[in-house]
Design a protein around this ligand. Structure first.
Ligand SMILES: Cc1ncc(COP(=O)(O)O)c(C=O)c1O
Length: 338
């Protein structure tokens, strides 16, 4: 099967597995797992930050971040397509008791002006705005990348109004590889960053929450409460460290393959809306008068190609490290047969 459902479907390579098996481990709840400590240090340094915390998932990193930056009754500003709003099971409300102000950005990217217009006045009728959360790249926005200047101006607004700024950087390294800025240049603008190791980077499990020592100390307390303290998880952290050391530059291959896919789609008369492709995510909508999304989905499934339903008839295809150029050619030829 050619699996284009998500970049989360990859399995560890033999080299990654070997690195994992050699990991030195200890009880991390006592702070004694050298492999976890090494991963945390490496991830923090990559983004120019002081500290990091290894967590089981990106969702947990985001939820911890929201919790440490807000108090009950506060409000979080984010795009209406944000993962923290759409796909984290209502966690913001349940874990942090906050409300959310949803903005309609450009493919998931909001602007400083939009943020400014949506900060609530200091009046007890309104929830207190305390956090802005950006997603880079934006999953629901089709893998779109924030320009650095846009992040900088949002940071200025955040500073002027005393708001925290969090990055859902599940695919932050895709943004870095697909842009002209470094992780550190982006990182300096955020109070906290969550980075997934188990997406394009190819580790089987895990994410890191990155920030100041003070934020990470608080985050440790919340992670414990959420049941995310793990013991000899250094085997998993080793996979993450291997991924950060070996799998960043190769994200360019995923981006090139996604661009090839989208280029092929532009030539098909039954493809209607195709989101601009900047990284490893391709989202499109078939022309419903010619073929239904369900038919496309089923046809590809019959041909051994798995894609995702992405809401309202959209289809998502995501490239990742277990796909080859030949797979992409094959997918394109099957799409051509529809
Ligand atoms: C943008 C974004 N943020 C957060 C997550 C959550 O990651 P996890 O599945 O590890 O909880 C995902 C997962 O797909 C994602 O796409």
């Amino acid at each position: 099967m050619i699996d284009l459902r998500s970049d989360t479907v990859t399995k560890p390579s033999p080299e990654m597995l070997e690195y994992m098996m050699k990991a030195e481990v200890g009880d991390d709840v006592y702070g004694e797992d050298p492999s976890i400590s090494a991963l945390q240090e490496h991830a923090a340094k990559l983004f120019g930050k002081e500290a990091a915390l290894f967590c089981p998932s990106g969702t947990m990193c985001n939820q911890i971040a929201i919790r440490i930056h807000t108090r009950p009754q506060d409000e979080v500003i984010c795009d209406k397509r944000a993962h923290i709003y759409l796909y984290e099971g209502g966690g913001m409300m349940a874990n942090s008791m906050v409300s959310v102000k949803l903005l309609d950005g450009d493919h998931g990217r909001i602007t400083a002006e939009q943020v400014l217009d949506n900060i609530n006045p200091d009046d007890p009728h309104f929830p207190r705005t305390s956090l802005i959360a950006l997603e880079n790249t934006s999953n629901k926005g089709g893998g779109s990348i924030y320009p650095l200047a846009q992040i900088e101006s949002i940071k200025r607004v955040a500073d002027e109004h005393g708001l925290a700024l969090h990055l859902d950087g599940a695919r932050a390294m895709n943004a870095v590889v697909g842009s002209d800025y470094s992780a550190e240049e982006m990182g300096q603008h955020f109070d906290t960053i969550s980075l997934c190791l188990s997406k394009g980077l190819g580790a089987p499990v895990g994410s890191v929450l990155i920030g100041t020592k003070k934020h990470i100390k608080e985050a440790l307390r919340v992670r414990k409460m959420m049941g995310g303290g793990m013991r000899q998880a250094g085997y998993l952290a080793a996979a993450g460290l291997y991924a950060l050391k070996n799998n960043i530059e190769r994200l360019k291959d995923d981006h090139r393959r996604a661009t090839n896919l989208s280029y092929g789609l532009t030539k098909l008369d039954w493809v209607d809306e195709l989101m601009p492709v900047q990284t490893n995510i391709v989202v499109f909508h078939p022309r419903q008068d010619l073929v239904s999304s369900e038919r496309v989905f089923e046809y590809l499934k019959e041909k051994g190609i798995a894609v995702s339903r992405f809401g309202k008839g959209y289809i998502r295809m995501v490239t990742h490290l277990q796909l080859t150029d030949e797979d992409i050619r094959h997918v394109l030829s099957e799409l051509d047969n529809i």
